[in-house]
Design a protein. Structure first.
Length: 457
């Protein structure tokens, strides 16, 4: 019999060591090493069924036949888009999110839609009894007989159930409750999570079934367990939102079958999650029009343009070093843009505190929002409100020039759709596309010109 070995594994990064240590050398966290008994190597199986048995020859890439990977479509446009237009058969998707944010609700709803469309669906819950799942299903109005539920945590029974039912869509809620009976450590530990995920990956690939697993998140907001988990799966989704708002954002952070940075927006209602078709409206909902320091930018989220409000508050520093704070945007952009405003436009900002915020809790990380940030800062500093019907788009360079951005047409179209009257865009972006008739296009070459056009000097 193969010998079992004891090892110590960091629960935060997966670092392994033969002896216990107080501080993990891998990630530097304290008190994260726990004892786990490792499984004999012989019982490990490869993810791809044939790879260990038959020797495969390398073949020229041009001779490999491809087909569009088959996809299953849900009724929810938002959900399909986040996954890169539909669920890929044989893919393993990890979905993480804060407790109570609505992960089980979302997946039960998707399961129900797929079952309604004639797919066999298996919903496995390790956290709730079938009765609890049924209570939620009643609230969501689930009716299909093709949706089977199971309350199980033992991985061998889970794989048997998948074998018997032969579904096309499986939900495992959550990976932290699943355990592999050959591994002695507790469910939720690094070895358990890793081995269970590998086994589910093997099932997904060999049977061509799409498996969604729910992952808990840590205090810092990343998926609990080793980072390795995110490397193993095909797609990682985060379901986020503020506790105080009913809006929830589903975001792809990794996707082997589509673009990342796509997001889907849902609203939590008594009857479940409802998709929000026009996100720009909700991000601009509470805007106080005509306030100094507030501008609107058309930013790209994946393939979709959304309009978001950027707010700045500039106030004199009372003591010590001036503060620079930013939520929702890269905080390094703020001092950089302030330096540009100071040097190229002549605004005296060095003894001013600056607070920047993207309204609505979204995070923006593209350079096209630079100009809107700069105008917001200048507007708050001068106490001069920009026109509430202006939308501002452009990247700012270190010499104060306004640089070209991608997908200008789509951004301007979205602004026109929501009733904006004027778009301030980079001069270099003018021409080569057809602007909508009901919006005035103003091209600017540098920040000074943009300030002159929006704030009047
Ligand atoms: N009767 C109800 N009416 C409206 N909303 C409800 C109702 N019951 C539950 N909810 C909402 O559903 C949320 C719980 O959703 P769900 O159980 O899907 O979350 P979860 O992410 O799976 O949580 P966990 O991490 O505990 O598994 C609650 O936080 C609440 O907002
Ligand atoms: Mg749940």
């Amino acid at each position: 019999m193969a010998k079992t070995k004891v090892k110590f594994i960091c629960q935060s990064c997966g670092y392994e060591s033969p002896k216990w240590m107080g501080k993990c050398p891998g990630c530097g966290e304290w008190n994260t090493m726990t004892e786990e008994i490792s499984k004999p190597a012989s019982s490990r199986r490869a993810v791809f069924a044939h790879s260990s048995q038959t020797l495969q020859k390398p073949s020229p890439i041009t001779s490999i036949e491809t087909a569009q990977e088959p996809r299953i479509f849900t009724n929810s446009e938002e959900f399909n888009r986040v996954l890169g237009s539909g669920i890929v058969k044989g893919s393993l998707v990890l979905i993480g999110g804060d407790p109570g944010i609505g992960k089980s609700t979302l997946l039960l709803q998707v399961s129900s839609q797929l079952a309604d469309n004639g797919n066999d669906v298996l919903y496995i819950s390790g956290e709730e009894s079938v009765k609890q799942t049924k209570l939620r299903a009643d609230r969501l109005g689930v009716k299909s007989d093709k949706l089977l539920v199971l309350s199980e945590t033992d991985l061998s029974f889970i794989s048997k159930a998948i074998e018997e039912v032969n579904p096309s869509f499986v939900v495992v809620d959550s990976i932290q409750t699943v355990f592999h009976s050959e591994i002695s450590s507790a469910p939720g530990s690094v070895s358990q999570v890793r081995e269970s995920t590998a086994e589910l990956m093997r099932i997904a690939k060999t049977k061509g079934v799409a498996i969604f697993i729910v992952g808990h998140v840590t205090k810092e907001g990343s998926i609990a367990g080793p980072r390795i988990l995110e490397h193993m799966v095909d797609t990682v989704l985060y379901f986020e939102g503020e506790r105080h708002h009913t809006y929830r954002i589903l975001r792809a952070v990794k996707n082997r079958f589509g673009s990342t940075n796509e997001m889907g927006i849902f609203e939590m209602k008594e009857s479940g999650l409802e998709e929000v078709e026009n996100p720009s409206e909700i991000f601009l909902e509470e805007r106080s029009k005509g306030a100094a320091g507030s501008t609107v930018v058309a930013s790209m989220e994946g393939t979709r343009s959304v309009l978001v409000e950027i707010q700045a508050l500039i106030s004199p520093t009372s003591f010590g070093n001036p503060r620079r704070m930013a939520t929702g945007i890269d905080h390094n952009r703020v001092p950089l843009l302030m330096a540009v405003l100071e040097k190229r436009v002549g605004l005296l900002l060095q003894n001013q505190d600056a607070y920047l915020k993207v309204a609505g809790g979204v995070k923006l990380d593209e350079p096209a929002i630079d100009l809107a940030i700069a105008v917001s800062i200048a507007s708050s500093f001068k106490d001069a409100p920009p026109k509430p019907t202006d939308v501002i788009i452009g990247e700012v360079g270190l010499t104060g020039e306004v640089r070209r951005v991608s997908r200008i047409e789509q951004r301007v179209m979205e602004a026109a759709k929501l009733g904006f009257k004027r778009a301030i865009i980079p001069e270099a972006n003018i021409g080569g596309w057809n602007p909508p008739a009901d919006i005035e296009i103003v091209g600017v070459k540098n920040v000074a010109e943009a300030l002159q056009k929006t704030l009047g000097g």
